[in-house]
Design a protein around this ligand. Structure first.
Ligand code: UDP
Ligand code: MG
Length: 136
């Protein structure tokens, strides 16, 4: 049975500042993702804190929110068969040094914090994250 899903993807500040957004978008498209909606913006720190609220007890939470709100990002709704898992596979491991060859994080990520992309990790979070950026 077909399982077309939507997931939220973010091209993070380290990638946008290196002008990698066009290249990363074309990787998604070449892998069969449709970019349903997209926008370029800069978050306030308080908005990053809300977005990453699931991580609020983690030691890296403050740095993570500082970082995500430090520069321009590109947010996209990606659509494909099994989009959520498919995007996570294409992104690679959180730590670019552990990511598989050919993944976006292996190609472009600089470190575990500056790892170039975000992707929703479950259908529940995909819906929450899509609404966060695209619900009026
Ligand atoms: N992160 C970090 N240090 C860590 C773990 C995570 O800076 O030790 C950052 C990293 O940028 C990651 C984000 O926090 O992308 C969210 O962490 P998560 O475990 O959800 O990883 P992801 O789902 O992005 O692979
Ligand atoms: Mg995550």
């Amino acid at each position: 049975m077909s399982n077309i899903e939507q997931t939220l993807s973010i091209i993070k500040p380290d990638a946008v500042e290196r002008n990698l957004d066009i290249e990363i978008k074309s990787i998604f498209q070449n892998q069969g993702f449709k970019i349903v909606k997209e926008k370029k913006l800069k978050l306030e720190k308080s908005e990053a804190e809300q977005f990453y609220k699931v991580h609020e007890t983690k030691p890296f939470y403050n740095d993570l929110c500082e970082y995500l709100s430090s520069g321009t990002i590109v947010v996209m709704i990606l659509e494909k068969e099994n989009a959520i898992k498919s995007n996570r596979n294409l992104m690679g491991a959180t730590d670019p040094h552990k990511a598989e060859e050919g993944t976006i994080r292996k190609l472009y990520g600089k470190s575990i914090d500056k790892n170039s992309v975000h992707g929703s990790d479950s259908p529940e979070n995909a819906k929450i994250e899509i609404d966060f950026f695209f619900k009026n």
